[in-house]
Design a protein around this ligand. Structure first.
Ligand code: ADP
Ligand code: MG
Length: 253
């Protein structure tokens, strides 16, 4: 076990009478990709946004890199990178203008081209945000999370709605970010994605964590109960066929 970088204890969030997060506890280790999995409405975004200091909690304790959320929200903000919904960008600014705008908000000096290189978008530097494909928009929004050289980045469903090539391309990018030492917290609905990317996952349902372990461990635990897949497992999936036929090359470039 590495060093704990995020500690969440008995976190509760109520919206009026409705308890969206029901006293969850988990730790995230420095340098891992940690997945929050769960159906729509499970409380994933609420939990992330509380840790990101963007939403208030009802009760419980959150400590990020040794800093208590109640006492040091501004210090926490400085060491995290948060991915905005792609609808939040000015559609008529180009990528360089957008990066410089964000850098100004963070009070950071950046090399916008180096950031675009990281996400493989240098050739789009003068394109307007609205002119990019879904995958390119997601890659760009990940670049914006890196502006303040954060220790931790939060990605809320970064691959939802992307085609298989763009999804795989984003996996590579997320792994590269982790390799450079950044801790990544990600939510996803795609279990294959969680299996490929995450060291550990928490499965959350109706505001409660019902399992937390490595994907491997969770699969082994299920198999140990005598579980078998109803159908004989083929050696490839339809997605494999699709990728084989259409290639790994990114589209809409
Ligand atoms: P997830 O990201 O897992 O889909 P959310 O955290 O967005 O789940 O939402 C958890 C629950 O809280 C849902 O039932 C949602 O409708 C409710 N909820 C989220 N935000 C609000 C809000 N601002 N006011 C009232 N209810 C909310
Ligand atoms: Mg959500």
């Amino acid at each position: 076990m590495g060093k704990t970088i995020i500690e969440v204890k008995n976190l509760v969030k109520k919206y009026g009478d409705f308890e969206a997060v029901k006293g969850i506890s988990f730790d995230v280790e420095e340098g891992e990709i940690f997945g929050l999995l769960g159906p729509n409405g499970a409380g994933k975004s609420t939990t992330l946004e509380i840790i990101e200091t963007l939403r208030t909690k009802t009760s419980g304790e959150v400590v990020v890199d040794g800093m208590n959320l109640d006492k040091s929200p501004n210090e926490i903000k400085k060491i995290i990178g948060v991915q905005l919904q792609t609808s939040g960008y000015y559609p008529n600014l180009n990528l360089i203008e957008l990066l410089n705008l964000f850098a100004g908000l963070y009070n950071e000096t950046i090399d916008p081209y180096a950031l675009l290189d990281k996400v493989n978008l240098r050739d789009k530097s003068k394109s307007k945000f609205k002119e990019m494909s879904g995958g390119q928009k997601q890659r760009f929004s990940i670049a914006t999370t890196l502006i303040n050289k954060p220790k931790i980045i939060f990605l809320d469903e970064p691959t939802t709605g992307l085609d298989p090539q763009a999804r795989r391309n984003l996996w590579e990018l997320i792994k590269e970010i982790r390799s450079s030492g950044t801790t990544v917290i990600i939510t996803t609905h795609y279990m294959d994605e969680a299996e490929v990317l995450c060291e550990r996952v928490a499965i959350i349902d109706s505001g409660t964590i019902i399992a937390i372990a490595s994907p491997d461990q969770l699969i082994d635990d299920l198999v140990a109960t005598g579980f078998e897949r109803p159908k004989e497992v083929k050696k490839a999936s339809l997605e494999d066929v699709f990728i084989q036929l259409t290639g790994h090359v990114l589209r809409a470039e």
